[in-house]
Design a protein around this ligand. Sequence first.
Ligand code: SF4
Length: 151
Amino acid sequence: MQKKCRKVAVFACSGIGKSLGTVAREIGYELTERVRPHDTLLTCLALLVINDPETQKLITENPVIVIDGCSLDCARKSLEANGAPLVKAYQSIDFFKKHKDLKPEGVAELNDAGKKLAALAADELAGVVDELLRGGDDGQANESRNHILQR
Ligand code: SF4
């Protein structure tokens, strides 16, 4: 029987020097601090690089949402390389494609459009969090042990 999932682990890429990387991180903050603070946990991707045992446990026992800043998908690849069994993966550029009036600018500090884009993306991901946690509650074997990649 599958274990009950209590949290969705959220990771964002480091996105140094790119506005869309900053958007990815901002989506993580919005999702975990405003939209679903009790159901999610934002975690530092670099902990996987150093094989931190608690982070390894987190990603193998809980579903993961990962947000990358560009098509290189650094964060998603890190999760896969570390054996995360259930990963829902997104790129911040895809949210921008849906909201082209919100062009993110800035790296250290996003402009207002970038902040609004991140907030809208987090709102959209709320349903994904709920779905993942429902899937963890049903006790059924399901596709959740496969990688589910969405873009
Ligand atoms: S996915 Fe793109 S923006 Fe994010 S860390 Fe990798 S290269 Fe940088």
